[in-house]
Design a protein around this ligand. Structure first.
Ligand code: ADQ
Length: 463
């Protein structure tokens, strides 16, 4: 049995306090079991790229990282990844920047990553590449003679063909994907968009899960990511979780709480969410002094202009709505610009009557699953979820909404806040089962098994 080699833009190693996301925890567990390695960018910048690798081992997890030049970071990371592919993959071609220097920087960095990486791969190792930053890396590895099985998992949506073709050199990018054995998508919708492109733009052929183009075949599957359910439950029992839970209880008194937890990103639909909440407050005067929205949104990707714009706009909106509706003893929105660690988040989720998760487009959205996991099964809150989040495909018992339609979201908020206990329990029990069974370990095991059992390089696709 070979090792597992995980590759992602950034490497996430175990921390002393164990405060980490579910994805990192799951991949670390897999690496520990397989004696494998996690490879990526160190997050550091150096004057000149050397390709020299720094190794580290923490709690049985080995990592290997390289430093990049400032120009690499600007063109590859802040450029092609976050200014071109992220908006395009979230259907925002109005925000996508198509600079040639971004594209060449992206290809250069993928090549640079492949140089030290290919030397570390041994025969029999399974290679797992994560996310849109690294799409062309399989081609680079193949050029170095790597014949191992390589899988790619896309955490974001895959956009419809009509949008993808707005990307110059789109075909050049997608062609490189045929050097993978397996591609994993979060939902059937993203997979269908990919297949549509292959069939209609490339002229490839599709046979069940297999896609062929110019003599190369890959297997494309749906494999939705989950949360680390057990670990999440444990986090809710820590002192920090209990302490925040007490503070929230005291500060809420009789108020019903609605919670939103997101990275500050335009794809999360935060402006539309505040707008919907304002509609709710207008339509339901009885909610004044009875309801509060706690929105946690730590800034991310501050180097990209549009993120600053969204941040300014949210500051203005929350101030305006509070100014218009607040009373001396009540503020309708508590807008918090910092992150909380996982144990504190469990307390926030559990205290909330409603989890308001309304991205305009999201590969999956783990907050929706975390909210469900954190509820008291005897008195659970209600999940209001955007139909445009990948999570909606698995979470049909949530109140599904169109996040662009403020009146619809306002009505769903009202329904959630007035829902009888029996219905809340029914919906929650059904959602909980999915979140618990299809957790992050289930996802990781399934995806790695699919890569291992698939052999497209030999021209024979094992079933
Ligand atoms: P993200 O866009 O970062 O991830 P999401 O899945 O919602 O989105 O969150 C990932 C994690 O970050 C969750 O564990 C959550 O608790 C944490 N988090 C989010 N906001 C936070 C906050 N304000 N404070 C503290 N923690 C916060 C990308 C894709 C998603 C996909 C994931 C995993 O965009 O669609 O679900 O990868 O594949």
């Amino acid at each position: 049995m070979g090792r597992l080699i995980v590759v992602s833009n950034r490497v996430s190693m175990p921390t002393p306090d164990g405060a980490q996301g579910g994805l990192a925890v799951a991949l670390q567990a897999a690496l520990r079991e397989s004696g494998g390695l996690w490879f990526g960018w160190s997050g550091r910048e150096v004057d000149k790229f050397t390709g020299s690798v720094s190794f580290e081992e923490i709690s049985g997890v080995r990592s290997a990282v390289v430093d990049l030049e400032p120009q690499d970071v600007e063109e590859y990371y802040n450029g092609f990844a976050n200014r071109t592919l992220w908006p395009l993959f979230h259907y925002r071609i109005d925000l996508a920047k198509y600079n040639r220097s971004f594209g060449s920087g992206y290809e250069r960095v993928n090549k640079r990553f492949a140089e030290p990486l290919h030397v570390m791969i041994e025969p029999g190792d399974t290679v797992w590449i994560n996310d849109y930053h690294l799409i062309p890396i399989a081609s680079q590895l193949r050029e170095h003679g790597i014949r191992n099985k390589i899988g790619f998992f896309l955490h974001t949506p895959w956009p419809p063909t009509r949008l993808l073709v707005s990307l110059p050199y789109h075909e050049r990018l997608v062609r490189t994907m045929f050097d993978y054995d397996v591609l994993g998508f979060q939902t059937a919708e993203w997979l269908e968009s990919f297949l549509h492109y292959c069939q209609n733009e490339l002229g490839g052929t599709i046979d069940g899960e297999y896609v062929s183009f110019e003599g190369k075949t890959l297997r494309a599957v749906v494999c939705p990511i989950g949360i680390d359910f057990e670990n999440f439950l444990q986090a809710s029992k820590t002192d920090a979780a209990q302490a925040l839970s007490e503070r929230v209880k005291v500060s809420l008194r009789q108020l019903s709480m609605i919670v939103g937890v997101d990275r500050l990103d335009y794809s999360k639909g935060l402006e539309e969410r505040l707008n919907s909440y304002e509609h709710y407050l207008q339509k339901h005067p009885e909610s004044h002094r009875a309801v509060v929205l706690i929105q946690v949104a730590p800034p991310s990707r501050g180097e990209v202009e549009h993120y600053q714009h969204v941040r300014d706009h949210l500051n203005a909106m929350s101030g305006r709505i509070n100014g218009a509706f607040a009373e001396v003893d009540w503020t309708p929105i508590r807008y918090v610009n910092r992150g909380y660690n996982r144990d504190e988040l469990t307390a926030l989720y559990r205290a909330a009557r409603v989890g308001l998760v309304t991205p305009l487009r999201d590969g999956m959205n783990l907050v929706a699953k975390e909210y469900v996991a954190a509820q008291d099964p005897d008195d659970p809150g209600v999940l209001v979820l955007s139909r445009f989040a990948g999570a909606a495909a698995q979470m049909q018992e949530a109140l599904l909404v169109n996040p662009y339609a403020p009146e619809e979201v306002a009505d769903a908020l009202h329904k959630a806040l007035t829902m009888p206990l029996t219905e809340r329990k029914q919906r929650h029990a059904a959602l909980l089962e999915g979140v618990k069974n299809e957790d992050v370990h289930w996802w990781r095991e399934k995806f790695v098994r699919i890569i291992e059992e698939t052999d497209c390089r030999q021209g024979v696709a094992a079933q």
